[in-house]
Every structure is written in structure tokens, then in C-alpha cells.
Write a protein that binds this ligand. Structure first.
Ligand code: NAD
Length: 268
């Protein structure tokens, strides 16, 4: 077990990648603080962990609220006596062209996707320094490659990657590692919502699948296992990296949409 005797906070752990990460951490022996703005969802994840015979508590947190973040850290230390790992996973999408983005949209996205990560790191660092712990930030391939109709979300995720690198530099001599994970498409409630709101959801789903060379989106568990690796001592010489878990989505040159390209392949 990779995370035995470790205490980890996972934000946005009530659903999707965050839930899978919390479950995978528990399987690896960690005590998990399941944090989400949706308390009922956090409780469901917590119960699943307890059913596995592992330890977890649910904490209602809006990551865009600094008082909530401080209280999350305090509750963790009060309950488990330590904090070894922070996974800043909570995030929201904004599939809009820039022409349609309002100031309110911008503030919401930045507050949750960027400010929540910046201050999550800041407030957790005093405890992480004591334990020579580490941080894993959930970024996105959109922050590396950009994405159609997604400029503001992509900007927040690019910001998370830049923050990860800079913080890794500042924290290295304190023994704290900081990394980011960049998924492409992952089958979660977030992706389902995005597909459902597309003009042609079925076509959008096929395009989404085949925009990955592997011909499908990732499962949440496939992302969670990379987060667990980065958070563990197995990754003790990895810091400041953005790890691309993208099924080949960014490979290839000179072909049109990968969906069409795949359909031109002869059957095997
Ligand atoms: P999801 O919507 O399925 O789950 C996100 C969870 O975050 C939900 O439980 C939600 O209640 C919680 N949340 C939302 N706002 C919050 C807030 N202000 N404070 C605390 N919790 C909040 O999403 P997901 O697909 O599992 O995404 C998780 C992370 O992975 C996000 O940062 C997302 O940007 C990133 N990501 C997702 C994909 C994908 O295809 N699903 C791809 C790349 C990156």
C-alpha cells in the first residue's frame, strides 16, 4: 500500500475524478478527508471508504471561500493530527466562446479553478512542510493545448500549471513536492453535462471519444491511479511536473479531426 500512515485532503471528492481519487487513496492505506461543496455527495464517498474498512471524514467546502478552506485544513488536523497530501481537484467548466463570456462567468471560473487552488496550497503549506508532504493539482490538457470554445476554462488550467511549476521551485528546499495532472476527456458527471449541452450530443460524444488516439475517454480511475502515484513516495523525485494523461489526444500532425481520420482506417 503506497499511502499508508498518510492523511490526504481531496477537494471535489463527491463525484467523478475526485471520488475515484479518494477511493484509490483509501485503497492505498490513506486516511481521507472528502471535501466537496455538495455535502451529500461527500458523505456518499465517505461511506464508500468506510465500507472498505478505511478511515474518512466528509467536510463541506466551497474552495472559492478562504474561510471554508482554512476550516478544511483545521478540521483535518484536529481529526487526524496531520496533513500529508493535498489534492486540489474541484473545478467547473465554461464551454463558451469569449464573445459570450461575462465578467460574472470569469469571476466564478477564476474563483473556483484558480483562486481555490492558489489558496488551498497557501493554507495547507504550513502543515505540509511539517510532514514533507506534497500537492497534486488537477489541471487539464486544455491548459497545455487550448480547446475550441473553451478559452476561459483553458486559461484557468494554464494558470494551475504555471502555479504548480513556480510553487515547486519555492517549496523544493522545504521538502514539499508540487505536481499537476492534465487529463484530456474523462467520463464523469462534468463531461456528461458538457456533452448533454452540446448542439448534437451524439456527434459530440463520438468526436470526444475519437479525439483520443485510444478511441475513448479515460475512466476516473485511470486518472486517480496517476494522482495516487504522484502523491506517493514512488514519485519522490518528481516535482513541478504536469503529467499528461491524455490517451494520445495531442499526438499526430497534418490530419483533420481525429474522428474522421479514424473512420478512414481500413477495418482490421
Ligand atoms: P465533476 O463535476 O464530475 O466533479 C467535480 C466535483 O467538484 C463535484 O462533486 C462538485 O460538487 C465539486 N465542486 C464544484 N464546485 C466546487 C467548489 N466551489 N468547491 C468545492 N467543490 C466543488 O468533475 P470532474 O470531471 O470529476 O472534474 C474534476 C477536475 O478534473 C476538475 O478540476 C476538472 O476541471 C478536471 N478535468 C476534468 C476533465 C473531464 O473530462 N472530466 C478533463 C480535464 C480536467
Amino acid at each position: 500500500m503506497k499511502l499508508i500512515h498518510k492523511t490526504a485532503i481531496v477537494t471535489g471528492a463527491g463525484n467523478g475524478i475526485g471520488r475515484a481519487t479518494a477511493l484509490s487513496f483509501a485503497k492505498e492505506g490513506a486516511q481521507v478527508v472528502v471535501s466537496d461543496i455538495d455535502y451529500a455527495a461527500a458523505q456518499t464517498t465517505t461511506q464508500k471508504i468506510k465500507d472498505m474498512g478505511s478511515e474518512a471524514i466528509a467536510v463541506k467546502t466551497d474552495v472559492s471561500n478562504l474561510a471554508d478552506l482554512q476550516s478544511l485544513i483545521d478540521k483535518t488536523v484536529r481529526h487526524f493530527g496531520q496533513l500529508d497530501i493535498l489534492v486540489n481537484n474541484a473545478g467547473v467548466i465554461l464551454p463558451k466562446r469569449l464573445d459570450d463570456v461575462s465578467e460574472e462567468d470569469w469571476n466564478r471560473l477564476c474563483d473556483i479553478n484558480l483562486k481555490g487552488v492558489v489558496f488551498g496550497c497557501k493554507l495547507a503549506l504550513p502543515e505540509l512542510r511539517k510532514r514533507k508532504g506534497n500537492i497534486v493539482n488537477m489541471a487539464s490538457m486544455t491548459g497545455v493545448s487550448g480547446q475550441q470554445n473553451n478559452p476561459v476554462y483553458s486559461a484557468t488550467k494554464g494558470g494551475v500549471i504555471a502555479l504548480t511549476r513556480s510553487l515547486a521551485i519555492d517549496c523544493a528546499m522545504e521538502g514539499v513536492r508540487v505536481n499537476a495532472v492534465c487529463p484530456a476527456g474523462v467520463s464523469t458527471p462534468l463531461l456528461e453535462k458538457w456533452l448533454a449541452n452540446s448542439e448534437n450530443s451524439e456527434k459530440a460524444r463520438i468526436n470526444q471519444d475519437y479525439s483520443h488516439l485510444l478511441g475513448r475517454t479515460a475512466t476516473s480511475e485511470e486518472i486517480a491511479s496517476v494522482v495516487a502515484f504522484l502523491a506517493s513516495n514512488e514519485a519522490s523525485f518528481i516535482t513541478g511536473q504536469d503529467i499528461h494523461v491524455e490517451g494520445g489526444a495531442t499526438l499526430g500532425y497534418g490530419v483533420g479531426p481525429k474522428a474522421e481520420w479514424h473512420s478512414l482506417l481500413p477495418p482490421r
